[in-house]
Design a protein around this ligand. Structure first.
Ligand SMILES: [Zn+2]
Length: 137
């Protein structure tokens, strides 16, 4: 059975996350790099999670990664998800290092595997923002 779309809402933003969500709206996966220790981090924050520096810079990442692990959700009664079942919830290891929780779309749930190469894909929302999810690379 083909996956239906999750009904994504416009992300709630603040000063720490706006550049990330705006990047998603442009179809770019934006990460933060610490100017002091060099660590790349995700989720976006106001400080480096490694050394607590505020010297963070944003950069456009490759958007490529591999599936670390995943599960197939067959039941979810939440209004924005109930018509999308079954859908794939996964952890993806980004090429730049961070691991994030996301959805895998663009294939059947039983085609997803650990180690599978994926790339970011985006759903535009209003306010020029977007939501990332991943598709087979
Ligand atoms: Zn740092």
């Amino acid at each position: 059975m083909s996956q239906s779309e999750i009904e994504y809402r416009t992300p709630a933003t603040d000063w720490q996350t706006l550049a990330y969500w705006e990047g998603c709206g442009r179809g770019e996966f934006v990460l933060q790099r610490c100017g002091d220790c060099g660590v790349v981090q995700h989720r976006p924050r106001g400080l480096c999670a490694e050394c607590l520096s505020s010297g963070l810079e944003h950069f456009v990442a490759s958007g490529r990664g591999t599936v670390y692990t995943f599960t197939v959700t067959h039941q979810n009664g939440m209004p924005n998800f109930r018509n999308a079942c079954p859908y794939v919830l996964a952890y993806v290891d980004l090429e730049e290092g961070p691991r994030l929780m996301t959805h895998i779309v663009g294939c059947e749930p039983d085609e997803v595997s650990i180690g599978m190469a994926v790339r970011a894909d985006f759903v535009a929302t209003d306010k020029g923002l977007g939501i990332p999810r991943f598709i087979p690379a």
